[in-house]
Design a protein around this ligand. Structure first.
Ligand SMILES: *[C@@H]1O[C@H](CO)[C@@H](O)[C@H](O)[C@H]1NC(C)=O
Ligand SMILES: *[C@@H]1O[C@H](CO)[C@@H](O)[C@H](O)[C@H]1NC(C)=O
Ligand SMILES: *[C@@H]1O[C@H](CO)[C@@H](O)[C@H](O)[C@H]1NC(C)=O
Ligand SMILES: *[C@@H]1O[C@H](CO)[C@@H](O)[C@H](O)[C@H]1NC(C)=O
Length: 303
């Protein structure tokens, strides 16, 4: 087809007539050119991102990330106002964008951890397991204690969702891997594992953990606290772990501290040569619960 048209054109303009060899050469070149264009096109054509069953990256992720970072560093903890939020965002994204979201490693988040270091004072670390909401309410009122979500990176990432895709340097706003997709090394899980581990390693003095006494296993071994945090406490720095087992105010106030679940925790902690103590319904936290239930008998003057 190309050769045919070419000879037509050349027929009208004899000055440009080409030898047969040149025509063949040109034809072959043209075919090679077309083939190359097609191949390059296939290679560079935007590939469809991988499809997952889980929630996609939170909408407006960069805006929420930066907004929270600025609120934290400029308003909540002005002593951290020299932190560069834009750099923290780009370093955070560097951990997982353009990568398969099932192949994220702890090392991927290492630059982020190095960039946003924060010192938590001794005696002020509060872990929680299955009692997130109450733990956050308590630290907010108490004012000096830190859960992981009261640190800069924990505060920024709390309740957000994110992942990338090998085909693009943007985040995946269509879907991300879910826990049950045989994908434990996804960007969100690895992030929280790394952050929990660092948070626990840095704890010192007396550390506390708020557990949920309304569950049959207040100390749940597969939880982040039970599988990551407790084992990363440093016995050289931590002399005591204090458990506060909080029961829902409407539920029966049984004594969980003497139960087998808490005993499992006690054994682990003692093996690490850390002192353990346990208190059911620690009073200051009970006060927070009572704010919402002031008329409950358990909240009367003799609590
Ligand atoms: C931490 O608590 C222990 C026991 O209550 C106390 O002896 C120690 O001085 C406290 N450390 C700091 C830094 O407040
Ligand atoms: C304990 O767990 C139950 C069930 O998940 C939950 O409804 C309750 O709010 C939790 N209690 C606390 C103190 O977080
Ligand atoms: C806890 O984790 C172990 C090992 O990962 C797993 O075999 C087990 O099924 C988990 N238990 C529960 C109740 O999820
Ligand atoms: C536990 O700590 C005590 C006091 O610091 C020390 O004397 C002892 O050797 C430690 N035991 C173990 C098993 O590390």
């Amino acid at each position: 087809m190309a050769n045919y048209e070419f000879s037509q054109v050349s027929g009208h303009r004899p000055c440009c007539r080409l030898s047969r060899t040149a025509q063949i050469c040109l034809g072959v070149s043209l075919m090679i050119l077309i083939a190359s264009v097609v191949i390059v096109g296939i290679l560079l054509w935007p590939r469809a991102p991988l499809v997952w069953k889980g929630k996609p990256t939170t909408k407006h992720f960069p805006e929420i990330f930066l907004g929270r970072c600025f609120i934290y560093t400029q308003i909540l903890r002005p002593e951290m106002s020299d932190q560069d939020c834009k750099k923290i965002l780009s370093t955070f994204k560097g951990a997982f964008v353009s990568k398969n979201p099932c192949k994220i490693t702890r090392e991927d988040y290492e630059p982020l951890v190095k960039l946003a270091t924060q010192t938590i004072p001794c005696n002020k670390t509060l872990f929680w397991s299955k009692s997130k909401h109450l733990a956050h309410q308590y630290t907010r009122v108490e004012g000096k204690m830190f859960t992981l979500d009261d640190t800069l990176l924990g505060y920024i990432a709390d309740d957000l969702w994110w992942c990338g895709d090998p085909s693009t340097s943007d985040m995946n706003y269509d879907s991300c891997p879910r826990w049950d997709e045989n994908c434990p090394n996804n960007p969100v899980s690895v992030f929280w594992k790394v952050m929990s581990q660092k948070f626990a390693e840095a704890a010192c003095g007396v550390v506390q953990v708020m557990l949920n006494g309304s569950l049959s296993e207040p100390f749940y071994k597969n939880s982040t606290f039970g599988s990551v945090e407790v084992f990363n406490l440093d016995p050289k720095k931590v002399h005591k772990l204090q458990a506060w087992v909080m029961h829902d105010i409407e539920a029966d106030s049984s004594n969980s501290c003497s139960g087998s679940s808490i005993n499992d925790l006690k054994l682990i902690v003692h093996q690490m040569n850390i002192t353990f103590s346990c208190q059911d319904n620690y009073r200051p936290v009970r006060f927070v619960q009572c704010v919402k239930n002031p008329e409950h008998p358990l909240c009367s003057s003799n609590i």
